[in-house]
Design a protein around this ligand. Structure first.
Ligand code: 13P
Length: 252
């Protein structure tokens, strides 16, 4: 059994001051919490400042993206080493918003995963189908294709540091979450894929988390599913009380 992982993706929200206020509230609400791994992914501009604030708390930091090169003339980009330097443990890669607005491909995601593992950072690899793909019965094909693409060339040693996030595109920011059964079906299939590609240990160790309109009122039933090992939370992670309630999910 692995520790559940609850991560908050702040997306393009919060100034430094707003981030500080949110973290101060969260620290208070999550004092002593050690049953769950808690991660927040603020915008790049706040990470350095917040890393001092989370130092004595259960909260760890993630970035929302990375570029795969180590350094060089890549204006506007940030490397894995820089993210480690600033205090990150995790990095989200392949979020559907990046795939959609910045044309990220599975190959790009794969390069990012490799670059992160090389410096000891843990990738949170996002996969998920659109509504049209789901309605056409292509969910499993899309999601397993994205996962295979993201993990191509990875050895059994690297896989244990990977977190997989299933985020159906139609559930993101829409208030319409996948039902626990819908999410469980996809998670279960991905676990089988991990078993086939990387063996039993990987299938057991890799955490598969769900994202898409996770809220205080649906977290308990999502976490009751055997293959849901945590959640990736967008909107509700910007409200300290809501995020703390999600972290402190109840076993139903
Ligand atoms: P919402 O929780 O706002 O639907 O966002 C989910 C998400 O994209 C997390 O990465």
């Amino acid at each position: 059994m692995h520790k559940p992982l609850i991560a908050g993706n702040w997306k393009m929200h919060t100034t430094i001051q707003e981030g500080v206020e949110l973290v101060i509230k969260l620290r208070e609400l999550l004092r002593g919490m050690d049953a769950v791994e808690v991660v927040i992914a603020p915008p790049f501009t706040s990470i350095y400042h917040l890393h001092f604030l989370v130092a004595d708390s259960p909260i760890e930091l993630a970035a929302q993206d990375v570029f795969w090169e180590e350094s060089g003339a890549y204006t506007g980009e940030i490397s894995a080493k820089m993210l480690r330097d600033v205090g990150c443990e995790y990095v989200i890669v392949g979020h559907s918003e990046r795939r959609r607005y910045f044309a990220e491909t599975d190959e790009d995601v794969n390069r990012k995963v490799m670059a992160l593992l090389k410096v000891g950072l843990k990738p949170i690899v996002c996969v998920g189908e659109t509504l049209e793909e789901r309605e056409r019965g292509r969910t499993i094909r899309i999601v397993t294709g994205q996962l295979k693409g993201a993990l191509r060339g990875l050895g059994p040693g690297g896989i244990k540091d990977v977190v997989v996030a299933y985020e159906p595109v139609w559930a993101i920011g829409t208030g319409r979450n996948a039902t626990p059964e819908q999410a469980e079906e996809v998670h279960n299939t991905m676990r089988e894929l991990l078993y086939e590609e990387f063996g039993m240990d990987a299938a057991q160790d890799v955490r598969i988390i769900y994202g898409g309109s996770v809220k205080p009122d649906n977290i308990d039933s999502l976490m009751a599913q055997p293959n849901i090992d945590g959640t990736l939370v967008g909107g509700a992670s910007l409200k300290a009380e809501d995020f703390a309630r999600i972290v402190q999910f109840r076993h139903v």
